[in-house]
Design a protein around this ligand. Structure first.
Ligand code: FES
Length: 102
């Protein structure tokens, strides 16, 4: 595990997500504003919705397909306790956004 720069700060608008690919790993990255970013696995475990196209509500991402939301600090689904996504540590370093990739 190591923090890898995957984006510039200005690449992702506040409240938005984007899909990041690095060395064959695909991750959804979100800018929550105030220098806070979150990263999670990109595919919704409900019916494979694209989480990077979802939107943030506080510290959770809402899947654009059926509205299930996932806590981006724990990965837990708030409406279906049996579902979860993987979450990854994110940090800002200078003008870059870095993810601790598996
Ligand atoms: S596919 Fe994400 S909520 Fe259904």
């Amino acid at each position: 595990m190591a923090f890898i720069k995957v984006a510039e700060l200005e690449d992702i608008g506040i409240g938005q997500g984007t899909l990041i690919e690095h060395d064959g790993v695909t991750i959804a990255l979100f800018n929550a504003g105030g220098g806070r970013f979150f990263a999670c696995s990109p595919t919704c475990p409900h019916e494979d919705g694209p989480l990077a196209e979802g939107w943030l509500e506080g510290d959770a991402v809402v899947c654009p397909w059926h509205g299930y939301d996932f806590d981006l600090t724990s990965g837990a689904c708030r409406v279906a306790p049996g579902l979860s996504v993987s979450v990854y540590p994110v940090r800002v370093n200078g003008s870059g956004v870095e993810i601790d990739l598996p």
